[in-house]
Every structure is written in C-alpha cells, then in structure tokens.
Design a protein around this ligand. Structure first.
Ligand SMILES: [Zn+2]
Length: 309
C-alpha cells in the first residue's frame, strides 16, 4: 500500500474477524463462498482493472448489510470505496479496515484452472487470481461485520472499510490519494488493519511494520582516456569502489541474519537488480548501475527515488 505523511498505525493482518464471530451453518457457508467467488470472477487485473464492476459489487453488499457508503474518485476511473459502520462514541478515533480491489495480471496458460474462474476443487481449494492478495480479506471484513451486526454487536468506535484501487502499481491514485485527502482527515483514523500473509491454518500472523523501498541509481563517470594506455579514475574503477561499499554493507546485514541476532524483518536488504554499462568505447566511458534498497520496518511509508551522481 502506498501512502505518505499520516500517522495512524498500520497493522497487517489476515483473517481476524472470523475468530470473534460465531460459526455459521453449512448453508450460510456455501452462500459466503459463492459471494467470494463472484468477487474473484470480477476481472480487476492490471493493466485494465474493471473497477466499475468491483465497486458495484461492494456497494450492493454494503447496502444489504446496512453500512453507510460513499465512493471517492481522486483519479478518473479509479474509485475508492469507503464504507462506514458508526460507533456508539463518535467522538473517539476510528478503526479502518483496508483492502485493495486490484490484482496482478496472470498468464492464463500456466494455470491449472482459469484465473478468473474461481474454481473449487474436491479439497475445497479455490483457484483464482486475487484469492489471497487480497480479495479474501476485503470479503471477510464484510462477512464478519454482517454476522456481528446480526448478533446485535455495536462497536464503540466507528469502523470504516476502504476498498482501494491501484495498490499493485503503487497506490498513488488509491490509498495514497485517500491518505492525503480531507476525507481521510475527517475519518479520524487511529488504527488501520491492512494486508498480511495468507495462512494455511487457524493461526494468523500480525505484522506491525512495513518495509519501505528505495530505488537508488548510481551513475559512475570517469576520465576519458585511450584504451592503449593505463590511466587513473576510470568510470569502471569508480563504480567498483561504490559497489564494494554496497557489498560490504549487504554482508554486514546478512551476517546479523545468519547469526540469528536479527530477524528477517529487522535488517536492511540491499539487492542489485540492474546494471547498464554505457558506451563500448575506450575513449568515452559512462556506466550506470542501479540497485534496489529496501529499508527495515518501523519506518513509515516513504517511497521515492534517490539519485546520486
Ligand atoms: Zn496485496
């Protein structure tokens, strides 16, 4: 999820509400699963997600549950759906349950069942793009609220649900725009539950941090000289020095991980991903090199490109 300059704590959590609700009848489970399949069958894959259909689907569910709703459009054709379950003490800060409606594209021929079929096999496994990331979470929020309401539960704080577009391509026009809007300010959000990892059993992992990516481009330049001579300060030599310091830092982080002193999420991972060597001439040299630097958790959400010449 992409966003900036706002302070509520984001927690990543998979399926949590079902743990506090009552068990449903078999018939009800079948209806819930078929609703989930309908959501999965809506093609919200990039590069042409059908947000209009997903919005209609979510709004009709919200209406049937009795939730207030509005659709915000910070960028044309990219709806942010906000649902509201008013709390008993409206002066208190609220809880926001976020999920994104878009999914990554799929290569159909590599799938056992078509990615938009939401096919259920004999084990009860559902095959669909977005089943884990993260349409399951959005629907579970709604199904859980439905049951809680039916059981007469009234939240003390207002609960909001946001269904945001474009998370898979950076979220600038979705969660990012929402987070910077007056609408978000008015929501007075204290805590946000967001995406986590799917769980194959009854245990759910809660994440309290977020890794922030940094794309760093190193552009190495050097003195031009003729290839028949030995000369100092070549672009390649300068690049080599930068790389050596990057690798030293990477090794120090890796050592912490291997020795067990730090967990996976507590170290900074540095991974070179792209190298572009410039002009194949002994007289003019320029080398470009970029690597991906993702920072440790506990940072907020800055996502930017830093260029070092
Ligand atoms: Zn996701």
């Amino acid at each position: 999820m992409a966003s900036s300059s706002y302070s509520p704590h984001f927690l990543s959590l998979g399926i949590f509400f079902l743990l506090i609700t009552t068990t449903s009848s078999e018939e009800e489970s079948a209806t819930i699963i078929s609703r989930f399949q309908q959501y999965l069958q809506i093609d919200t894959a990039h590069p042409n997600p059908n947000y209009s259909l997903s919005t209609t689907f979510i709004l009709s569910l919200a209406e049937s549950i009795g939730l207030q709703y509005e659709t915000l459009e910070f960028a044309k054709g990219k709806p942010v759906v906000i649902l509201k379950w008013p709390g008993e003490k409206t002066q208190l800060s609220s809880i926001l349950l976020n999920s994104h409606t878009d999914v990554v594209p799929s290569e159909n021929h590599k799938w056992v069942h078509p990615p938009l079929s939401a096919h259920i096999d004999f084990n009860g496994d559902i095959y669909a793009r977005g089943s884990q990331d993260m349409k399951c979470v959005g629907l579970q929020y709604l199904e859980a609220i439905k049951r809680l309401k039916r059981n007469g539960f009234k939240p003390v704080r207002t609960v909001y649900l946001s269904f945001v577009p474009d998370e898979e391509i950076g979220g600038v026009d979705g969660a990012g725009a929402l987070a910077n809007s007056k609408n978000f300010e008015k929501m007075n959000v204290a805590v946000v539950l967001d995406e986590g990892l799917a769980s194959p059993n009854e245990n759910y992992r809660v994440f309290y941090g977020e890794r922030s990516p940094w794309w760093l481009v190193i552009k190495a330049v050097g003195s031009p000289a003729h290839g028949s001579k030995l000369y100092e300060n070549s672009a390649m030599e300068n690049l080599q020095k930068s790389l050596e310091s990057v690798w030293r830092f990477r090794a120090s982080q890796f050592d912490l991980l291997k020795s067990g002193l730090k967990e996976e999420g507590e170290v900074i991972s540095v991974n070179p991903v792209f190298l572009k060597a410039g002009i194949p001439s002994p007289t003019v040299q320029m080398i470009l090199f970029s690597f991906y630097l993702s920072l440790c958790p506990s940072t907020t959400y800055p996502s930017f490109c830093y260029q070092w010449n």
